[in-house]
Ligand binder design. Sequence first.
Ligand code: CA
Length: 525
Amino acid sequence: MSMKNQGLALAGVAAAMLLSPTAIAGDDVRYIVKYQQGKGQAVRAQVQSEKGKVKLDLPGHRAMAVSLTPGALKAMQNHPHVEYVEEDVKRYLLSESTPFGIPMVQADQLSDAAAGNTKVCIIDSGYDGGHEDLLQGAVVAGTNDPGTGNWNTDENGHGTHVAGTIAGIGGNGKGVVGVLPSGNLNLHIIKVFGADGWAYSSGLVAALDACKAAKGSENMVINMSLGGDRKSRTEERAFNQADSEGILSIAAAGNDGNTRHSYPASYSSVVSVAAIDSNKMIADFSQQTDQVELAGPGVAVLSTVPMGSASVASLSVAGSPVDASGMEGSPNGSISGDLVDCGLGESACANAAGKVCLISRGNIAFSDKVLACEAGGGVGAIVYNNEPGMLFGTLGGVATSIPSVGISDTDGAALLGQLGATASIDVTADNYAYFNGTSMATPHVVGVAALVWSHHSECSNSDIRSALVATAEDLGTAGRDNAYGHGLVQAKAASDHLASNGCGGGDTGGGGGGGNGGGKGKPNR
Ligand code: CA
């Protein structure tokens, strides 16, 4: 199965594809040579006579970094003026990555220092309260639910991913950054989904009540990365009521790739959010309706998942790295073996004992392909795509015992020309993953709404909504359309617009003025 569309607005899990550093084959190995007092010149001469190269002098440490061939190492170790030789091991930049969506919505152009005046209520599957890159403590609270358990655990992973997009901690050298990365935003977590990822409409109404109960003097934005295709009168009235009480509700347009309305997104009192990719193109799964109002980044969005619940995979063949994604559900492990062609992997792979199986996608489940590799004695499995692009796969909960990864169609074709070469697969646990969905677009818009509101706390929910609509970057056909709505949400532009025009001074077309709900469903220019 592909990354797209796995029912409702609860997008499925895509595997992590963070790349880990891989050694470059063919380099001489670098060493640090420590020499005796006053013997630097003699040792340098020895390095040169062994056809090595001095890469860096550290005279204050009586040491030099050198590159040596394997044969020269022994000679240097035995040199009378050398105290010791050690490998010059690699050090990597410890950093956090900024997901592409953060600058795309201008979140990096607007300070969130004042966000303590704003609260986001996330109605989802919970929140990993132990996550290294998520807020803890006073700014985060939640409501436990007798049906789904404690708000600060997340058996599904979806809610933790949403939370990271809104408020992943910035500047801590770990993971990601959210739209509001400074830890000032208040979060309230309502857990309506357990591991299976569905809830009743009545549960959503109760969750909305719980959000309202958690609202103090702060302005509140509600994130609903969820939905279903049937309306509820009770729900609609509840969201209309919340709107009239000054709460801004934002929901996912839906992932079914059709033109049907999804709810709650398609109530007029709720902002409906479409998903675009890093090229600002509409995602094929994003539902296109006359209710779509704004678009946000929602394809291959990197964010937090419960600690250790994701995997990061790396693959190298003949010493060269190949982009790979860990199969969701793959056991962790680090293996090497000769690459063997197992075709479609529909039966036990012949000649695979001790080897790494190269298997084409198609006909049967990924788990059956991995099991066919195991049955032939294979130690690891690589499944390549049979359509353009990277393969992100899942084992669907089937137990397998060897590490498995997905790769692109083009890399698959290239590896078919490298049969017999040594392939190394490494799959390790990780705390971050790439997800797709209007579920991932929604928290970008929610975060931007909260960020903009924090700068203009005197404005109403509909003022903020109007400003987001008026300043969205128009995408697709000129003016509003059903795919992108008014376009990509823009934090800085919306805040500047309010600063210039005042809360109610929007030029949103139609009736303008207050209470127009952002001109939902109507062109704004
Ligand atoms: Ca971080």
